[in-house]
Design a protein around this ligand. Structure first.
Ligand SMILES: *Cc1c(COP(=O)(O)O)cnc(C)c1O
Length: 357
């Protein structure tokens, strides 16, 4: 029996299951294909920026609260002005800022289902309702997603769509996002944590619609999950409100310097993306060859289900051989295996074990 929560905390927190991240074994020789990290080392410019920042007196002082050097550099790369950008301690930090900014207690956060479960947790912490609207079986999203209220009458104050989505890796087309943004009564966050691996993105929608916010992560496409840095793009009046909610020093000097160096190296990004996309193709085809339905992915992972074979034992058999993938079970939807695109060698090792299961 678990201990009852002490009567000190808010009832919303006591009722919360708490977000459970994927396994992060420390030490040991795992092939990690479970939390969508990039299998390659980041741009060498990152190590140089970190060393230079650590060497002088920079770390003795508080960092720039607005990460101005990063915003200036990112603004050039993205073709927006710096005051359209807010930085976060990972894009999870930005998601927290969005929910705190837009959704009050008893109000509603809408998200598709199945998707990134953290959104639900953030709504729970806020004492808000999370309304999870099911994807169709082909991972398209019906117009009901834009309904202004829940069936119980709560006002929808924020919607978040991971695009590409996790676990499916699928992308709602740019024009579909535009339609949903126009129909929704509230801001729409397009969580593009995997956007750099996809065929299209929604940055231009921010310019035409004040309600669209796009967030990006350095954890996946820039191979910096251990660093913690993300940013969001929105119109300046929206950014100004978000700045009020964030912690004063939410990004430290090392991560600001490293992220600036990383976004400066677009050649590294393009090469890394090409490698991941090629291995993604190979992994998808190989899983189909093994009888799986492997969804065509726009991200750095592939969602696989088997029409007859149970999924959990496959995850366990792989784990016993030192290979971690993600087993996901979504109530009311079904379960499956989410496999991160590793290096070619890692995917070969994974496929070799798969063939013996
Ligand atoms: C990984 C992930 C994030 C979090 O990224 P961080 O920058 O590491 O906080 C956000 N959204 C989705 C959909 C993700 O998969």
């Amino acid at each position: 029996m678990t201990n009852p929560a002490p009567p000190l905390v808010r009832p919303e927190i006591a009722a919360l299951a708490g977000y459970v991240p994927g396994e992060q074994p420390q030490g040991g020789k795992w092939i990690k294909l479970n939390t969508n990290e990039n299998p390659y080392a980041p741009s060498p410019a990152v190590a140089r920026a970190l060393a230079a920042t650590a060497a002088g007196r920079t770390l003795a002082k508080y960092p720039d609260p607005l990460a101005t050097v990063f915003r200036m550099r990112a603004a050039e790369v993205l073709g927006v002005d710096p005051d359209w950008i807010i930085c976060g301690n990972g894009s999870d930090d930005l998601l927290t800022i969005f929910v705190r900014t837009f959704v009050g207690a008893g109000e509603c956060l809408r998200m598709p289902y199945p998707s990134y479960i953290l959104y639900r947790t953030l709504a729970g912490i806020q004492g808000a309702v999370c309304d999870e609207f099911q994807y169709e079986r082909d991972w398209s999203l019906g117009d009901g997603f834009a309904a202004p209220r829940t069936s119980a009458g709560a006002d929808v104050k924020l919607a978040i769509i991971a695009n590409p989505n996790s676990p499916s890796g699928t992308l709602l087309p740019h024009d579909r996002i535009r339609e949903l943004a126009a129909q929704l009564p509230c801001p729409l966050v397009v969580d593009e944590a995997y956007g750099d691996f996809a065929a299209e993105h929604c940055l231009d929608l921010v310019r035409e619609n004040e309600r669209v916010i796009v967030s990006r992560s350095f954890s996946k496409s820039y191979a910096l999950a251990g660093l913690r840095f993300g940013f969001a793009v929105a119109q300046p009046a929206v950014i100004a409100e978000l700045q009020k909610v964030k912690d004063s020093y939410n990004c430290d000097a090392l991560s600001i310097a490293a992220a600036t160096a990383a976004i400066d190296d677009q050649t590294w990004l393009a090469e890394n993306r090409a490698k991941i996309v090629a291995t993604r193709r190979r992994l998808t085809d190989a899983m189909r060859g093994l009888g799986y339905d492997a969804v065509e992915s726009q991200a750095n992972f592939v969602w696989c289900t088997h029409p007859t074979r149970p999924h959990r034992p496959v995850y366990e058999a792989l784990k016993s051989q030192g290979i971690l993938i993600r087993y996901m079970n979504y109530a009311g939807w079904g379960d499956g295996l989410r496999i991160t695109v590793g290096t070619d060698d890692e995917i070969d090792a994974f496929l070799a074990v798969m063939k013996t299961i």
